[in-house]
Design a protein around this ligand. Structure first.
Ligand code: ADP
Ligand code: MN
Ligand code: MN
Ligand code: MN
Length: 431
């Protein structure tokens, strides 16, 4: 924790008045006095400062002791954190409840409800929205048998509410034509960390810019890597929770990071990305750093943030699969507009044709080409089978929407023969 609180973040140095000097270890005293002399810096993170301090007998450690308390010897009861997507379609909400004993499957969990008028999801006079538990993860914050529960949301009459994108995706993935093709998704979630209050990336001088992009991608060192503790804490939290996280890396823009989840089958890809996003929100909350999934958080010569979605079906992964991939690319070219409109708000600021992106209005594909809408890896070309990467989705996309649409457009949707022939010609695709 102390590492995450970078020393230059002075706003976190003002202390609660109730902390007497005797409780403050020597190493901190000087910083604290300096902080209080400045006096003008408002602190919204009093508790975080306290938690960063290692006092021998202070209230702080006692708080941590309570938070870490193992209750399993005393009760079978567990805490379930019910998580759902709020009215913007990207904000996450959660609340906790006690369950009488540990559970292993979402079917053992009760439905629950929340006040939809407070999340922009229901009118005040009929505000009840019902949560259906769909996927369970271990809770890395509470530990023990406590769980996180990914839910989707319904009206009391049992209709999915408009922001429930999981429902349609689950329908697509349970279609026998789709299920028999065992669709795999590997999602690369990019994100940007911001300093609190100033809306400016972590590690950047406030109101000014760092040196141009180049040294930061997968970079190491205090002047090249900003927020590694958050990325790493998140990595471990995901592994603990049971999320199928496959890696992380520092990104091209300083303060920007990526984690990958997958390959995951069908609806699981969406559940895991949403749970991983939830963990990231909670960890950045603890660190006093702001998370943004905006696709282009800083205008200008800075890479935006995407959510590349790698995709394959059973037949793509088998011998001759490259031909199946080409046919899928052809379908995707014909549904480019539908996909773009479902790939995230503000994506037009990111898909400019520069900074490793393809222009938003033009569909393109290529082998090993990072300036295309769809990239096919060298290995896939060489082996004649494998997967493709859809580079269009923005970091704020809904993985239920993107994975569902990819499966729908490539496995359920069929173009007319005429449209297919024209597109094949245009893209030099002989299928
Ligand atoms: P990039 O080179 O674009 O940065 P990454 O290594 O970040 O790629 O991410 C690639 C993702 O693709 C990983 O999540 C990986 O698990 C996933 N992946 C690998 N093979 C397949 C496959 N056959 N189908 C779908 N996804 C796959
Ligand atoms: Mn990547
Ligand atoms: Mn990336
Ligand atoms: Mn990628």
């Amino acid at each position: 924790m102390a590492q995450i609180l970078a020393p230059n973040m002075q706003c976190q140095m003002k202390l609660s008045k109730s902390l007497t000097n005797s409780m403050i270890p020597n190493s901190w005293t000087s910083i604290l006095l300096k902080g209080s002399q400045k006096g003008s810096i408002k602190c919204s993170t009093k508790f975080k400062v306290c938690a960063a301090l290692k006092t021998e007998h202070g209230t702080v450690n006692r708080m941590e002791q309570l938070l870490n308390l193992d209750v399993t010897p005393f009760t079978d009861k567990i805490i379930a954190e019910y998580i759902w997507i709020g009215g913007s379609g990207i904000d996450l909400r959660s609340k906790s409840r006690t369950l009488s004993r540990p559970v292993e499957d979402p079917s053992e969990l009760p439905k629950w409800n929340y006040d939809g008028s407070s999340t922009g999801q229901a009118p005040g006079e009929d505000s009840e929205v019902i949560l259906y538990p769909q996927a369970i993860f271990k809770d890395p914050f509470r530990g023990g048998n406590n769980i996180l529960v990914i839910c989707d949301a319904y009206t009391p009459a049992g209709e999915p509410i408009p922001t429930n994108k999981r429902h349609k995706a689950a329908e697509i993935f349970s279609n026998p034509k789709v299920a028999s093709e065992v669709p795999w998704f590997g999602i690369e979630q990019e994100y940007t960390l911001l300093q609190p209050n100033v809306q400016w990336p972590l590690g950047w001088p406030v109101g000014a810019y760092p040196g141009p992009q180049g040294p930061y991608y997968c970079g190491v060192g205090a002047d090249k890597s900003f927020g590694r503790d958050i990325s790493d804490a998140h990595y471990k939290a995901c592994l603990y929770a049971g999320i199928n996280i496959s890696g992380t890396n520092g990104e091209v823009m300083p303060g920007q990071w990526e984690f990958q989840v997958g390959p995951s089958v069908g609806i699981e890809a969406g559940d895991h990305i949403w749970c991983a996003r939830y963990l990231l929100e909670r960890i950045t909350e603890q660190a006093g750093v702001v998370l943004t999934l905006d696709p282009k958080p800083i205008e200008g010569d800075w890479n935006g943030a995407g959510c590349h979605t790698n995709y394959s079906t059973k037949t793509m992964r088998e011998d001759g699969g490259f031909e199946v991939i080409k046919k899928a690319i052809l379908n995707l070219s014909l549904r480019h507009k539908e996909h773009i409109s479902a790939y995230g708000e503000g994506n037009e600021r990111r898909l400019t044709g520069k900074h490793e992106t393809a222009d938003i209005d033009t569909f393109s594909w290529g082998v090993a080409n990072r300036g295309c809408s769809i990239r096919v890896g060298r290995d896939t070309e060489k082996e004649g089978k494998g997967y493709m990467e859809d580079r269009r989705p923005a970091s704020n996309m809904d993985p239920y929407v993107v994975t569902g649409l990819l499966a729908e457009s490539t496995l359920l949707w069929e173009p007319t023969l005429e449209a297919e022939a024209l597109a094949a010609q245009r893209l030099s695709l002989n299928v």
